[in-house]
Design a protein around this ligand. Sequence first.
Ligand SMILES: Cc1ncc(COP(=O)(O)O)c(C=O)c1O
Length: 351
Amino acid sequence: MSQMNAATAQTRNQDSKTATPARPAFGTVLADQMAVATYRDGRWSAAEVRKTGTIEMHPAAHVLHYASTCFEGFKAYRRADGGVHVFRMDKHIDRMRQSARLLHLPEPDATQLAQMVVDVIDRNRGQVPDAPGALYLRPLLFGTLPNIGAASIPSSEATLIVLASPVWDYFSGGVKPLRIFVEDEANRTAAHLGVVKTGGNYAAAMGPTLAARAKYNIDQVLFCPGGSVQETGAANFLLIRDKHIVTRSLDSTFLHGVTRDSLLTMARDMGFKVEERVFDTAEMFDWVKTGEAALSGTAAVLAGIGTLVHRSGEHKVGNGDVGPVTQKLRAALVAIQNGQAADQYGWTRVV
Ligand SMILES: Cc1ncc(COP(=O)(O)O)c(C=O)c1O
């Protein structure tokens, strides 16, 4: 073996000893048990927990034609002592009920849905990964009225399901600076539906996201219709510098993230100046010359952006690495989620 080959072989051996085993991609593995309830004749059935698997549905079901569907996404964490704690379930259930109302779907009962989530966590307890993994909870609601002429008639029948999925890193490769495409032409969603967590919004974002990924090799697209900064396809957007955060004020055009709310609450208590207001891409490009930019969401937690890519050129964010304040805020939130720091907000609930 030549000297170079020997050195290469040794490096490989070291790598194979230290490398973490490959994890399944986010969302590709489902936990064994799911909960199901149905709505008919003006009332919800009792929920049933059963093996995760196929469901029978009429091909005329409202959702398949008129996209009457919404969902949620949040996590339960296994702590060092083995206990499992769910993060801000009530806030996610509130958002799910708001989505249902805005889509004119039967509204899930908050108590029943919470119990379905707790039952699903309990029945899949053995499948909650250790930190930094988590059990991702995915409540899903859809209209099942069998009527293909119901484009402007709400579905009076619905199914509510709670799925669970053991998850590890959302962004493969862990915490690395993201490349984000700044889309100031296409919309992510209709302006009045941005606040709703509904499948159609993700369908609308798919085309612009795939096009930008193919052309610019980016991780996600930041939608800024008319130059006004909104959010990406799956996370909220924050500008950060020292003890100062700027993020879009709540309106109907984007999803009101629970992670965003958590980070802003903590930041205010840590003495940050938090500004919630409309801002444009010109201000954003100016800010990132010296500041930080990050995405917040259940899956991403708080992910630092290294580069903003625009049709006119690239803008490095700070020195191109994940910023120090982003890392600090992320660590503070993760510590509450994992129970390493006291939860002064009452956000975590043991299951
Ligand atoms: C479009 C969109 N915006 C923002 C978020 C972040 O929301 P949350 O922090 O509640 O997970 C998500 C993720 O659910 C999302 O899909």
